[in-house]
Design a protein around this ligand. Structure first.
Ligand SMILES: N[C@@H](CCC(=O)N[C@@H](CS)C(=O)NCC(=O)O)C(=O)O
Length: 205
């Protein structure tokens, strides 16, 4: 299988962490595909031109990160990141959705912050940042019990919180949320997170 990645993408990181947690690293070749490069949507076979995209051994392309993670999960006999139908499944999927939505809001806030300002810019920055803060508060309210097996919700939440520190390190979410910070530090010590630290890749334009 081929996983199209850009090394700074948190959605890519979710899939890379999942691959390591599931023990599938020998079956996946990583290919750097920068979405901003001409023709990358065709190479990735993803019409919306975003990473990650996974090309399966049958030549099918799969996107986006939740679909890729669930597909990878179906291939592993080592572990499962998607609990079977039960309350635990909805908790895991809800936490994944929360984390992905936090990242969407964080990215939108970053884009807005990099635009030449107009009257609406402050409104949108505030709106996106408020969504980010509410999402972190929700994560702090729903910290998993100690010893619970890791699932896709845990991976997604930890990736999102790590990306916030990577992109907005000057607005550290940890001091006001010590219990979430302590859970997060435990996640960051897993080899799957240590081996997937984000790196900015130079754009060709
Ligand atoms: N919902 C998608 C989001 C993927 C996404 O937004 N990827 C970003 C990189 S972090 C991207 O490729 N952006 C390029 C673009 O917006 O054209 C997922 O979970 O995979």
């Amino acid at each position: 299988m081929e996983l199209h990645i850009s090394p700074s993408s948190p959605f890519v990181r979710k899939t890379r962490v999942a691959i390591l947690e599931l023990g599938l690293e020998d079956q996946v070749e990583e290919v750097i595909s920068i979405p901003w490069d001409e023709g990358s949507a065709d190479v990735m076979q993803n019409p919306v031109g975003k990473v990650p995209a996974l090309i399966t051994d049958d030549g099918e392309s799969l996107f986006d990160s939740p679909v890729i993670c669930e597909y990878l999960d179906s291939l592993s006999d080592k572990a499962t990141l998607f609990p079977p139908i039960s309350p635990a499944r909805w908790t895991a999927l809800r936490r994944q959705a929360l984390a992905d939505a936090l990242l969407d809001a964080m990215i939108a806030r970053r884009v807005e912050g990099n635009r030449p300002g107009d009257a609406d810019t402050e409104y949108w920055i505030d709106r996106h940042w408020t969504a980010v803060q509410r999402s972190i508060d929700e994560m702090a309210r729903t910290i998993p019990a100690a010893g619970k097996p890791i699932d896709i919700g845990d991976i997604a939440v930890a990736v999102a919180l790590a990306q916030l520190l990577y992109r907005f390190g000057d607005q550290d979410w940890r001091p006001a949320r010590p219990e979430l910070a302590s859970w997060f530090e435990g996640m960051m010590q897993r080899p799957s997170f240590e081996q997937t630290y984000p790196v900015d890749h130079e754009r060709s334009r």
